[in-house]
Design a protein around this ligand. Structure first.
Ligand code: C2E
Ligand code: MG
Ligand code: MG
Ligand code: MG
Length: 292
C-alpha cells in the first residue's frame, strides 16, 4: 500500500484555497484508519450550575492524536469527516467512549454528572442512530439519564421530520437533548416549541460581548426568557470572564461552560476535577457579591 507523505509528494500551490483543499484531501484519506486505529482522543470540559459552581456535566470533545501533525482540534477534521461520511463511524466511536468514561465517574460516586456528546447532522438522519445510542448505553452500563446529546438547529433542519422522530425516540429512552450553538441557526420558533429538548446552549458568539450591554446582551436575555418560558434549562457556552458570569447570573442563566471554569482536559484530569465537584475558588466570593 502506498504511503502518502502529504507535505512532499504534492505540488505546493501558491494560493490558500489549493493549500486548504490539499490538506482536506490528505486528512480525509487518513481519517478512516485513524478511527479504527484508536488515534482519536476525548477531552472533557466541565459544565457547572450557575447557582453553586457545582459540576453538573462534562462535554466530550474529540481530538485526533496524529503521529506527525500533533493533536488536531475538531475544526481540522470534523468538517471533512462529515463530507466523506466518516462522521457516522467517528460519532459512534465518540458515543461509546464517552459513555464508557462516564460510567467510571458514576462508579466512583459522581452519580448525577452527565456526559454531553455532540451529534452531527448525518447521524441525526439515520434511524440506526437510535440503536447505536442504545448499544452505547447498554455496553457501558451508563444510565440513559446521564447521557446528554448536543444537537445543532441546522442539523435538525436538514430533515426536520426525521430528526424529530429520532429525538422523540431518544427522549423516550431517557436521554437528555440540548440544542447546541443556539441563536445562530435558523429554526423557527414554531419548530423550537415542538422539538423534544431539555436545554438551550446559547452560542458563544452572544456570550462574548454580553457584559457590555450590547445587542448581544439583549439577545441572551431574550433567549433565556424564552427558554424558561418553554420549560427549558439555559446554558451559556464560551464563558470567559467574571463580568460575563455576573451578567448571566443576574439574568437567570442556569448553567455555564467556558474557559473561566476550565478548558477541555484529558480524561484523567477530568476525573480530578470531578472528585472536587466544585470549580473556581475565586468564583465562590463572586457568588456572595452577585446574590445581594
Ligand atoms: P461545540 O460543541 O460548540 O463545543 C464548544 C467548543 O468551544 C469547544 O471547541 C470548546 O473547547 C470551545 N470552548 C469552550 N469554552 C470556551 C471559551 O470559554 N472560549 C472559547 N473561545 N472557546 C471555548 P472544540 O473542542 O475545538 O470543538 C469545536 C467544535 O467541534 C464543537 O463545538 C463541536 O461542534 C465539534 N465537535 C467536537 N467534538 C465533536 C464530536 O465528537 N462530534 C461532532 N460531531 N462534533 C464535535
Ligand atoms: Mg457541543
Ligand atoms: Mg456549542
Ligand atoms: Mg460551536
Amino acid at each position: 500500500r502506498a504511503k502518502r507523505n502529504g507535505r512532499n509528494s504534492v505540488h505546493h500551490f501558491g494560493n490558500e484555497q489549493a493549500e486548504e483543499l490539499r490538506e482536506r484531501l490528505s486528512i480525509g484519506s487518513r481519517l478512516r484508519d485513524a478511527v479504527r486505529n484508536d488515534e482519536l482522543v476525548l477531552y472533557y470540559q466541565p459544565q457547572v450550575s450557575s447557582y453553586d459552581s457545582r459540576i453538573i456535566g462534562m462535554e466530550a470533545l474529540v481530538r485526533w492524536d496524529t503521529k506527525d501533525m500533533g493533536l488536531l482540534p475538531p475544526r481540522r477534521f470534523i468538517g471533512v469527516a462529515e463530507e466523506l461520511g466518516i462522521i457516522v463511524e467517528l460519532g459512534r466511536w465518540v458515543l461509546r467512549a464517552a459513555c464508557r468514561e462516564a460510567r467510571t465517574w458514576h462508579d466512583f460516586g459522581c452519580n448525577d454528572v452527565r456526559v454531553a456528546v455532540n451529534v452531527s447532522a448525518l447521524q441525526l438522519q439515520r434511524l440506526s442512530f437510535i440503536d447505536e445510542v442504545c448499544d452505547a448505553l447498554e455496553s457501558s452500563g451508563l444510565p440513559a439519564d446521564l447521557l446528554e446529546l448536543e444537537i445543532t438547529e441546522s442539523a435538525i433542519m436538514e430533515n426536520v421530520e426525521r430528526a424529530t422522530e429520532i429525538m422523540n425516540a431518544l427522549r423516550e429512552l431517557g436521554v437528555h437533548l440540548a440544542l447546541d450553538d443556539f441563536g445562530i441557526g435558523y429554526s423557527s420558533l414554531a419548530h423550537l416549541r415542538r422539538f423534544p429538548i431539555d436545554k438551550l446552549k446559547i452560542d458563544q458568539s452572544f456570550v462574548r460581548d454580553v457584559a457590555q450591554e450590547s445587542g448581544e446582551a439583549a439577545i441572551v436575555r431574550a433567549i433565556t426568557a424564552m427558554g424558561h418560558e418553554l420549560q427549558l434549562k439555559v446554558m451559556a457556552e464560551g464563558v470567559e470572564t467574571a463580568a460575563q458570569i455576573g451578567y448571566l447570573k443576574r439574568n437567570h442563566c442556569d448553567e455555564f461552560q467556558g474557559y473561566v471554569f476550565g478548558e477541555p482536559v484529558p480524561a484523567a484530569r477530568a476525573v480530578t476535577l470531578l472528585k472536587r465537584r466544585f470549580l473556581g475558588p475565586d468564583l465562590a466570593s463572586h457568588h456572595v457579591v452577585e446574590r445581594g
